[in-house]
Design a protein around this ligand. Structure first.
Ligand code: SF4
Ligand code: SF4
Length: 413
């Protein structure tokens, strides 16, 4: 694709990346076939190729119009188009550049601005988010069906007393387990289950009590400056630990995809670039880490058939969606076939709040595909998918890690 970006933009790192990415697209349109919004809406501008044109026009003309905002807002950031693209177009990075441009140049209407401000101020701060979820839960009977579905369930910690904490005096390895912001509030049992599994394999788990968001939320909202501030804060928190731990693990693939990108997001010239490089080398999705760790895991005796939903952030973003499948299969579960497994469920970070109609339609289709073969449970690997699918499915939804146990006798981890 030919480009003529303004000279001022081309002289920046971001402008050069935008130009390189735009030029790598040969506008073949293969990507449209796997784009959930194109398949749903059938509009060229709601597919990746159309959105690439919109970003090109916006950057070249130095103007943001409502058409571009509408169609870029409708993008899920699922990156299925990247997996399909034969030319290796880094669509996700280009979208980030486009959204950052909109964030800086465009004034949103008051309602949209208010929702985005609420998301930025409440969700990344676990204490605040917890209070809002508690309030929303109290008000549920007064809310519409859709709003009720958007309120996640407050999670409960299982290991309530120090006596119940996993312990071992013969740890041979050490990892940092990141709790994130939303997962800490809604599904804390996931990391507790993992900690128990790891302790049994002599892996010591350390946590960061002060940790909040990974920065992914700001990125979803197009606020790159805020995302970088969050990244620097997180790097400062882990700086003293980084040499001590063999891996930095996340069980939420939506966080993992951002954590693995800290070096690119900060850039080579950032003061924290070297630290970000060390950090990224150690980040592992939980599936990757458990696979590398090796050894046998077992299945629960009360669950046999599992419909596995691999989040887009794991299959298209991190490109390591095969590990949960292999680990559950080895543990003895029957994994049922799921149609259109490469398509997004509609959760997509803040998408289910900002684009509720499309999110619900995608979620309903996904749930129908997951439940078709009547599995005992639906398993996934990201807190957002967990909540979104859980709000629409009648089959129980859980994180796949909680399906692994230590014993064949059926003790539940
Ligand atoms: S992004 Fe890739 S698949 Fe899509 S039009 Fe461009 S080159 Fe083709
Ligand atoms: S990221 Fe997903 S929704 Fe957005 S253009 Fe690509 S395939 Fe379509």
């Amino acid at each position: 694709m030919q480009t003529s970006l303004p000279e001022a933009l081309r002289s920046t790192r971001k402008g050069q990346r935008a130009e390189a990415i735009l030029r790598s697209c040969v506008h073949c349109g293969f990507c449209n076939a796997t784009c959930p919004t194109y398949r749903l809406l059938g509009d060229e501008l709601d597919g990746p190729r159309g959105r690439i044109y919109l970003i090109k026009e916006m950057l070249e003309q130095e103007q943001v119009d409502e058409v571009a905002v509408t169609h870029l807002d409708r993008c899920l950031t699922c990156r299925a188009c990247e997996t399909t693209c034969p030319s290796g177009v880094a669509y996700g990075e280009l979208l980030e550049i486009g959204r950052d441009y909109i964030h800086k140049q465009h004034r949103r209407d008051w309602f949209d601005a208010m929702r985005r401000s609420w998301l930025t101020r409440v969700v990344p701060v676990p204490g605040r988010f917890k209070r809002w979820v508690a309030l929303g839960t109290l008000m549920k009977p007064l809310l519409s069906r859709r709003l009720r579905g958007q309120i996640p369930t407050l999670g409960r910690r299982r290991n309530s007393s120090p006596d119940e904490q996993p312990s071992s005096n013969n740890f041979t390895r050490k990892v940092l387990l990141l709790d994130g912001c939303v997962q800490r509030v809604t599904t804390p049992e996931v990391n507790e289950a993992l900690e128990t599994l790891l302790a049994a394999r002599q892996v010591e788990v350390v946590r960061l009590p002060e940790e909040g968001c990974c920065g992914g939320l700001s990125l979803h909202l197009g606020n790159e400056v805020e995302a970088r501030e969050t990244i620097r804060k997180n790097l400062a928190l882990v700086a003293g630990l980084i040499d001590e731990v063999e891996a930095i693990i996340s069980t939420a693939s939506g966080c993992g995809v951002t954590l693995k990108d800290y070096d690119r997001l900060l850039g080579d010239d950032d003061v924290d670039a070297a630290l970000a490089g060390l950090f990224v080398k150690k980040v592992r999705d939980v599936g990757e880490y458990l696979w590398e760790l090796g050894g046998d895991w077992h299945k629960r005796q009360d669950i046999h058939r599992v419909a596995l939903h691999i989040p887009c952030t794991l299959q298209h973003g991190q490109r390591c969606g095969g590990y949960p499948m292999k680990l559950l299969d080895d543990a003895g579960y029957e994994l049922v076939d799921v149609a259109d497994a490469d398509l997004c469920c509609g959760s997509a970070g803040t998408y289910s709040i900002l684009q509720p109609d499309l999110a619900e339609e995608l979620g309903t289709r996904k749930v129908a595909a997951l439940m078709k073969d009547e599995p005992d449970v639906i398993a996934t690997a990201n807190v957002g998918c967990h909540a979104h699918i859980g709000s629409l499915a009648t089959t129980p939804v859980l994180h796949w890690v909680t399906l692994l146990t230590l014993e064949t006798a059926g003790s539940e981890a």
